[in-house]
Ligand binder design. Structure first.
Ligand code: TTP
Ligand code: CA
Ligand code: CA
Length: 649
């Protein structure tokens, strides 16, 4: 059997005269499964250049060389590269920008305005900060268009693994696709001698790899360009080739340019993408990781841009990765907690085995407005609630809520006065269609509850969010589904094929059957959460709208007096499960389809990923610090709003 030892890149298997690769047939097998413990894995991050500015250029059909900036109220939030050549940046005022670059096209973002039922581009928006609210819909839609194209270009899932990381960023796990290319180009890799997966691979041909015009970051001090390549270099080279093709198609079909980073994990890919811009790709080979990292402050790393990073700086009195490298893991653990300490120890060594998760789905939607000056009446607040509802509802429609593909369970109103934030939450009644009227009624009820508590006015910020999304269809089809059209969508909606084991009767509520159903459901849930078991992420969009500073985090200091109890079902709607040929209560639909999904997954699962327990490499703990790792809610886990905002650049 194969070795269950985790592979350490830092301890290459070298001999006096190395005739074999450091990698084994088992590593190739892990590559084909996009395993996060595979030392040959290749991850890419695609980040669109001056994204909002490009969206406007495409929409307005301006020439590529035309300097253009996107304005939000009195500030600039995106500046295209021709405009950057004039020294323009986000910190320049609109007036200064026009002085520095007289031919600059300045486009204000679209806004919602009280009384209108749609956002629109308006010439007078900048003067209406008090009556308008920014709409990011145009950019969201473009973001989705590019994502849909990406998914079309890449091989179908499960080989394809794509994760939308923010409005203009997408992670690709290219491992399985590269595995296919490798076997095609190097047939000698197909069969392990003596069927022994621990056998080391033959070395790749020693001819120099052609990196075209790609940026390569410098190698670690112990490495030289004269060293013969090993398979980790070859896979990066193939990854670069794939990404080059993807970028070309994005440009040819949609006219968007992007920069990309290609590396062994998400963290290094993200750092690589920022290395050379615009319209370039950077490869961080394994042999260059440590040298590349030493050039960064750790606060530039994903998840370390926010409070966690600040805390680490305070604790260790440095921002330099190099300084932290000297700190023993025990000390990191003692100061930061076991999980966060271990995670940080790995991260500064360029280790990150977080998964590229295609199952990321929108988990909440938020619409917010900061008031300057503050507002003082229910009437004023209601006007904003109406806009929030219209904003959220249009996004819900896009997410397939009207077709009952997914629906949120709760609605929350956050209210800020000075530094104090309060929020109230209500369940969204099940069993009836979600529309603007019901959302508006709920929002007004929530506001009423805040008013009853007192100290409602003056109010500096209101935000409305819906969350707790549940699938109306099985598995991870949410995001992908609405990108599909017509027949495609119908085909994808088809229930999973019957498996050849006996079909259970999910209506059967005998304890044994019930228990199995629950188990299967939790397996499906597990898979839908990636390997951490945490709640899936929020909508992966950095929502800067009307939130000019990171201090407006909405979900700190929550005062959720109304936890959402499940509402009693009045009318029990039913749907027909094609696989079971049975009618199932609508309320049980998600669970039922989860069950099919879990079965399907189990049937498809490759031997190495038999159960959730070994979807992580043996002997390794999660690289993600758990929530509360350093004693504060949410720190150190998924980037919080503020963190992602800071890490955004
Ligand atoms: P970024 O990817 O950070 O920047 P960018 O795409 O404009 O430029 P680059 O070529 O350097 O990647 O952000 C993506 C979009 O998010 C950006 O076009 C506008 C928006 N954004 C804001 O609204 N406010 C901000 O503070 C930042 C950083 C971005
Ligand atoms: Ca960008
Ligand atoms: Ca970005």
């Amino acid at each position: 059997m194969s070795s269950s030892q985790p592979f350490h890149l830092s301890s290459p298997i070298t001999g006096p005269s190395r005739k074999k690769s450091r990698f084994t047939y088992r590593h190739l097998q892990l590559l084909s499964q996009s395993s996060t413990s595979c030392p040959l894995r290749v991850i890419a991050l695609i980040d669109y250049d001056a994204f909002y500015a490009q969206c406007e250029m495409v929409r307005l059909g301006v020439a590529e060389t035309q300097p253009l900036a996107v304005q939000q109220w009195q500030g600039l939030i995106a500046i295209n590269y021709p405009a950057r050549a004039f020294g323009l940046s986000r910190h320049v005022t609109v007036t200064d920008a026009k002085t520095k670059c007289p031919e600059l096209v300045v486009q204000h973002v679209a806004t919602w305005r009280e009384g209108d039922d749609r956002w629109a581009y308006r010439d007078d928006a900048a003067r209406h900060i008090q009556t308008d609210k920014v709409s990011l819909d145009p950019y969201r839609l473009e973001s989705r268009k590019t994502l849909a194209l990406l998914k079309e270009i890449l091989p179908a899932p499960p080989v394809q693994k794509v994760e939308r990381a923010s409005i203009d960023e997408v992670f690709l796990d290219l491992s399985a696709q590269i595995h296919g290319v490798l076997l095609q180009r190097y047939p000698e890799l197909r069969y392990a001698p003596y069927d022994d997966p621990t056998e080391r691979l033959p070395l790749p041909p020693s001819t120099a790899l052609d990196w075209h015009a790609d940026a390569l970051v410098d190698l670690d001090s112990a490495e030289t360009e004269d060293d013969d390549p090993d398979w980790d270099d070859v896979v990066m080279n193939i990854g670069a080739e794939i990404v080059r093709g993807v970028r070309q198609s994005l440009y040819e079909k949609l006219k968007y340019t992007c920069s990309a980073g290609i590396a062994r994990n998400k963290m290094m890919a993200k750092l690589g993408a920022g290395y050379r811009k615009p319209n370039q790709q950077t490869i961080v080979r394994n042999r260059a990781v440590q040298h590349f990292l030493s050039g960064f402050k750790f606060t530039k790393i994903r998840n370390l841009g926010g409070k966690l990073g600040d805390h680490v700086v305070e604790t260790f009195g440095t921002e330099e990765i190099t300084d932290l490298l000297a700190t023993p893991v025990e000390q990191l653990k003692a100061k930061l907690g076991d999980d966060t300490g271990t995670w940080l120890y790995g991260i500064i060594r360029g280790e990150d085995n977080s998964e590229v998760s295609s199952r990321t789905q929108i988990k909440s939607m938020l619409s917010a407005k900061s008031f300057r000056p503050s507002i003082n009446t229910t009437e004023q607040a209601n006007k904003w609630l109406r806009i929030f509802v219209a904003d959220i509802y249009s996004r819900l429609v896009e997410e397939g809520v009207t077709e009952n593909k997914r629906r949120p369970k709760t609605i929350t109103l956050h209210h800020r006065q000075g530094a104090q934030t309060r929020s109230k939450q209500l369940p969204i009644p099940q069993g009836r269609k979600i529309d603007e009227t019901i959302l508006f009624e709920l929002a007004k009820t929530l506001l009423g509850q805040i008013i009853v508590d007192g100290r409602a006015w003056p109010c500096a910020n209101l935000s409305l969010s819906v969350g707790g999304f549940e699938d109306g269809v099985s598995g991870n089809k949410g995001i992908d589904m609405f990108l599909l059209k017509g027949d495609e969508a119908r085909a994808a909606m088809e229930p999973p094929p019957r498996s050849n084991t006996a079909t259970p009767n999910p209506e059967d509520t005998r304890p044994e059957k019930r228990r199995k159903l629950v188990e299967a459901t939790s397996i499906a849930r597990f898979f839908s959460r990636g390997d951490s078991g945490e709640e899936p992420e929020e909508e992966p969009i950095d929502d800067f709208a009307d939130e000019p500073s990171a201090q407006d985090e909405v979900d700190t200091h929550e005062d959720q007096t109304h936890k959402s109890p499940d509402l009693q079902q009045q009318d029990i709607a039913a749907y027909f499960c094609q696989s079971c040929q049975k009618s199932i209560a609508e309320t049980d639909r998600a669970e039922h389809e989860d069950w099919h999904f879990a079965r399907e997954l189990q049937a498809q699962e490759s031997p190495a990923v038999k159960s959730p327990a070994n979807s992580r490499p043996p002997g390794q703990i999660s690289t993600k610090p758990k929530r509360g790792g350093i004693g504060t809610r949410g720190r150190g886990s998924k980037p919080e709003k503020g963190q992602s905002r800071l890490a955004f650049g």
